[in-house]
Write a protein that binds this ligand. Structure first.
Ligand code: COA
Length: 429
């Protein structure tokens, strides 16, 4: 029997079930609230709303803990690779050797796009934002797989659909980059692993094969891996909302891409670099930037700082910061933007404003610097986040359908005019 919470209002008292998660988090079940009281809850931004019971990812923002299917992200980043973690997130367990080989094989099998799909790229202007291309191309890809558009995919079809998406996002991303730079398309090399193959499709030329540096390959693996899921964030919630209408996997993931695009979500990694570039160009001091971030009138925020959930530190930021230090050292890169980032971080972490509001560097603060070091252009940063986040989006799509969740349909408190009488246009002022 669940424990009860009591809600009392205007002499009426009702009992509500309280559920406890495996990590001892408590939630009041309000699914019967409206039926019993006529009231709804109000929580714009959903900061206090549990939208699902989920087995995929655990985040403890106070303690800075992130676990995928029970494994700490730090441990996965140290010992695992993106493809293995993608399997873990999608299927709930780390793959054994056979499962891993089969999964990797499917990823390589599905890399290429249907030749007709390649023509779609020509329809975009040269300066089309790669996030727009990615979401449009995901929906276009769906047209070539009508057998995978069902929401009742059996295990085999889910494996096929998810490996197609995970594999093809990489190809679409690389093609959009090459298209916007006027470079010829480079086809996948089936000898290469997931990240190496992506780098090859991005940077090889017909006359010169790109040599994949293992340091760069490892850094990219870690970049994708730390982004693989983050429970009910804006884009995952978008995917869940879309899939609750029983939309197919391709279009639900495309919706996730659109949600990720915004600067307050995945777009923040780009904004961080733009901010660092402008500080460098305009020779601003770290102190001046911190002062501006604290000034509400300026509307400026220190990009890459703050998080809705993490109120202590973001474990992903720590992993990426370590990677940045390693990659810059091994590849002997010196980047003034890294120095600016470090001095901003140092100042902010000592500043009362940031301490009081528990604002720490988030995943985006160092991710852009890592991508810069491995040669990814700025306009591709959010697409890189999207590639990494695909396993999470697809696992959420599946989980929602497995739980047979009702269509998502929040309520509202209407604050508009109560009633008006229609006035013909001739009589209106
Ligand atoms: C991530 C983010 C959207 C979280 O938003 P949120 O949970 O709604 O937090 P709020 O916007 O309510 O912020 C709480 C307080 O901290 C301040 N704050 C939050 N992030 C800030 C930042 N990056 N710089 C300066 N002030 C910030 C807010 O102004 C607010 O101050 P107030 O209490 O005086 O009004 C927000 O911290 C932000 O915009 N960060 C920069 C963008 C970013 O890096 N996004 C990537 C997220 S992974």
């Amino acid at each position: 029997m669940p424990e009860k919470a009591v809600l009392s209002f205007r002499k009426k008292k009702i009992e509500l079930d309280v559920y406890q998660g495996t990590q001892k988090e408590l939630a009041i079940d309000i699914t019967k609230l409206r039926a019993k009281t006529g009231m709804i809850t109000l929580d714009p931004g959903y900061g206090n709303t549990g939208s699902a019971m989920s087995d995929i990812t655990f985040v403890n923002g106070e303690k800075g803990i992130l676990k995928f299917r029970g494994y700490r992200v730090e441990e996965l980043a140290e010992h695992s690779r993106f493809v293995e973690v993608a399997y873990l997130i999608l299927f709930g367990k780390l793959p054994n050797r056979d499962e891993y080989q089969k999964f990797s094989h499917l990823l390589e099998e599905h890399t290429a796009l249907h030749s007709s799909l390649e023509h779609h790229f020509n329809g975009f202007p040269d300066n089309a934002p790669p996030m727009a291309i990615l979401s449009a191309m995901l929906n276009a890809t769906a047209c070539y797989h009508p057998e995978l558009l069902d929401t009742e995919l059996d295990a085999q079809n889910f494996l096929t659909a998810s490996t197609k998406i995970l594999s093809k996002v990489r190809t679409i991303a690389a093609m959009s980059y090459r298209r916007s730079n006027g470079f010829p398309i480079i086809y996948p090399n089936h000898q290469l692993k997931y990240c190496a193959n992506f780098l090859h499709m991005m940077f090889s030329q017909p006359y010169r094969e790109y040599e994949v540096d293992p340091v760069v390959e490892r850094a990219l693996n870690i970049f994708f891996l730390v982004h693989a899921d983050h429970e009910q964030n804006c884009s995952a919630s978008t995917v869940r909302m879309v899939s609750s209408s029983r939309a197919n996997l391709f279009s639900s993931v495309a919706a996730g891409v659109c949600a990720l695009w915004g600067p307050l979500h995945g777009g923040a990694n780009t904004e961080v670099i733009k901010m660092l570039q402008s500080i460098y160009k305009e020779k601003k001091s770290a102190d001046a930037i911190i002062t501006m971030a604290k000034d509400k009138k300026s509307k400026f925020r220190l990009m890459g700082f703050g998080h809705r959930v993490y109120k202590n530190f973001d474990p992903r930021a720590r992993i990426l910061k370590k990677q940045v230090d390693e990659v810059y050292k091994i590849l002997k890169i010196s980047d003034p933007l890294l120095d600016i980032a470090k001095s901003l971080e140092e100042k902010a972490l000592q500043d009362e404003y940031f301490i009081e509001r528990k604002l720490y560097p988030n995943v985006d603060f160092y991710s852009g610097l890592l991508l810069r070091a491995i040669g990814i252009p700025l306009n591709m940063f959010t697409v890189m986040f999207a590639i990494g986040r695909c396993p999470g989006w697809m696992a959420h799509w599946k989980e929602l359908l497995d739980h047979n969740q009702r269509i998502v349909r929040p309520r509202q408190i209407y604050m508009g005019v109560v009633e008006r009488k229609f006035i013909p246009i001739e009589e209106r002022e």
